[in-house]
Design a protein around this ligand. Sequence first.
Ligand code: ADP
Length: 135
Amino acid sequence: MYKNILVPVLIDEHHDTQASYLAAQALADEGAKFTVLHVMETIPTFVASQLPKEIMDKSWHEAEKALKQSAAALPGAATCLESGHPGRFIVDFAKENGIDCIIIASHRPGIEDYFLGSTAARVVRHAQCAVHVIR
Ligand code: ADP
C-alpha cells in the first residue's frame, strides 16, 4: 500500500516499538523503503553550554546504538538520528523525503486516558501524508 514509510520511535523502556514495526511491514508494498527515526530533544543553549562535550557525545552514541538495535526488528530499515523539536522535525522530514505513510504510536503505554500524546497529535494534525496511529 505504501512505498516510503517513516517510523518515528522513542527508544526507552516505556515505549514498545514492535507494534509499529509490524504495522509498517503489513502496510508496505513490495520493495518499500523504511526509515526508523529518533529525534533527540534539543537542549537549550544555556544548559548545553554547561555540559561537558563528552557527556553530550556519549548520550548521542548511546541513542544511536539503541536506535540501531531497535530498528533491527524491521528488516531493511534505515535509521536516522537527529536533534530538534520531535513533532516539527517528523512532519518536516516526511515532507522533505517523499514519505507516503508515517506510523506513530499514540502515546506511552499506561496513559490510555489521553487520546494522543503531544508529538503524535502534532504529526496527525500537520503531516501531509497518511498517518497510521498505533493504539
Ligand atoms: P507520550 O508523551 O505519551 O510519549 P508522544 O506523542 O510524545 O506521547 O509519543 C507518541 C509517539 O510519538 C512515540 O511512541 C513515537 O512513535 C513518537 N515520538 C515521540 N517523540 C519522539 C521522538 N523524540 N522521536 C521520534 N518519535 C517520537
